[in-house]
Structure formats: structure tokens, C-alpha cells
Design a protein around this ligand. Sequence first.
Ligand SMILES: [Zn+2]
Length: 297
Amino acid sequence: MRNAKSVKAKMCLSLIILSILAGVGCSSSEPAPSESTTQLTIQTMPTSEEISPETSAVVTPAPTEEPTPTPMPTPIPTPEPEYIEPTKDEVWYDGFVDPRSIRAEIVTNPDDVTVLVNKYYALPLDYVPDDLVATSHSMNQQLRAEAAEAWEQMYLDCLEETGQGIFLVSGYRDTNTQQYLFDRSVNLRSLAFACKKNAWPGRSEHQLGLALDITPAGYDNIMDDFDKTTVGQWICENGHKYGLIHRYKEEFVYETGYGIEGWHFRYVGVDLATYLYENHMSLEAYYGKQQVVPWDE
Ligand SMILES: [Zn+2]
């Protein structure tokens, strides 16, 4: 009896241990999903450093392979000038020709700061300078980097020498803005006025990012007599030291094809600006490309 009792007791003990073990196993099986969830979470949420190289390695082909199949652009051997054909025969209004009636040659060196652009020499239709920068002392205007640097230095020296600041009303313009300005001039004034004062899209120095319409600090629009103001006179006399020329002066009207603009200056670099200033020469005259007016023919 005693033995049987102890055997029974042992069996009971074993059953209890087994059931405890089974219980533990059972209770430990409950957190298992959360453990595997944790593992999944760790696997599916890597840090951003881990993601990007894998992702880019999968999506983007190896950078070293790219240049090989891409042929390098070959230089154009003989740059034949292209032309923008006129829409009608030459039409003149009070000594100023309608730019749309001119067969304009498309320039092949638009990035050259000395390039001549006017009614007769046009930019390639899709031309946009690739080094435009935000310009100081202006309302969100841009210029090519070289011209912006010159403008900033000229501003500082003008302020120091005259005690007055200057403001850039207009720098770079895109072709749509130029079209808008020409059309607005026609609508508000007249076609004759637009031909005298406004450039046709593609033929504006402003599209070069090298033209500056300047006014005294404190004003936000151009003024006809800017070149008679203290700062205007100072720029007319000193602008060439910074690479700027006064583009549309009275004595240049029929060479350039535009009326007098006291506010419009063009960056051409110090060497050429100094040469033109000292020789009282327009950019057209420098290239021997003065406009030919009908009454001189
Ligand atoms: Zn201008």
C-alpha cells in the first residue's frame, strides 16, 4: 500500500510537473506572435541610412556605367547663321523700325558677355543663361553671376562716393515677360512707341541676364532722366570701371535702333566697357553693325 501510494504520489508529481511545463509552454506561446511582430518590426523599419543605398542600388544603374553609352556632344564644325524671317516688309515709325519686319540673325555666342543683341541680332529661341543668381538691392531680380558681382561692387562704391544708393528695377527677363512688355507697350501706348522703346522677344539684352535698368534707391520704377540724377551721372562716368556701358544714349539712337533710355545699362566686361567709354562708341559701332536707316541709303 505504502509503495503503491508513493508510486501514485510520484506519478501525480510527474503529472503536475508536466502540466506546469505544458502550462509554461502554453503561456510562453502567447507572447510568441508579439516576439515575431517585434522581429518583423525591426526588419521592416530599417533606418534611412539603410534604405537609401539599397533602394538606389536597386533603382539606379551604377553611375560608372552611365557615361559610356552616352555620346559626347560634338562641336558644330561650321556655325552657319540662322535667321528669324520677317513677317512683313520693313516698317518704320518715326525713325524706329518694327522688329517683326526685320530678318534677324541668330547669334552663335549667346554666353559671351560681349555679344551683340538688338533688333537685327537675336538669341536662340530657347536660350536661358545657366549662371543666373539672385541680385542684391533689387526686388527678386536676377543677373548672370559676373554682372551681379559687378553690380554689388558698383553699389558700394556709388554709396560711398555719392552718399546715395541705387536700385535694380529690372535684370534678367525670360522671353514670355519680354513678349508681355512689348504687347503691353503696344496696348497702352502704340506700336510706334513699342518699336522705339521695347525689344521683341529674343532680341532683348535683358534675356542675356546682362542688362540692368537702374533707378535711385527709394524708387521702384525707371525714370526717364535717371542719367541726370546724382547717382545716374556717377554711373555714366564710372560704370565702365565695373564693366557697364550706358547703352541707349542720344548720340547712339540711330545706331542702336532704340530711343533714349537713361536707365538702361549693359554689362560687357571691364575691358570692352572702358574701350567703348573712352572712344564714345556704341556696341553696334564697335562691331561695325550700326543700324542702316532708310534715309541714309
Ligand atoms: Zn532695360
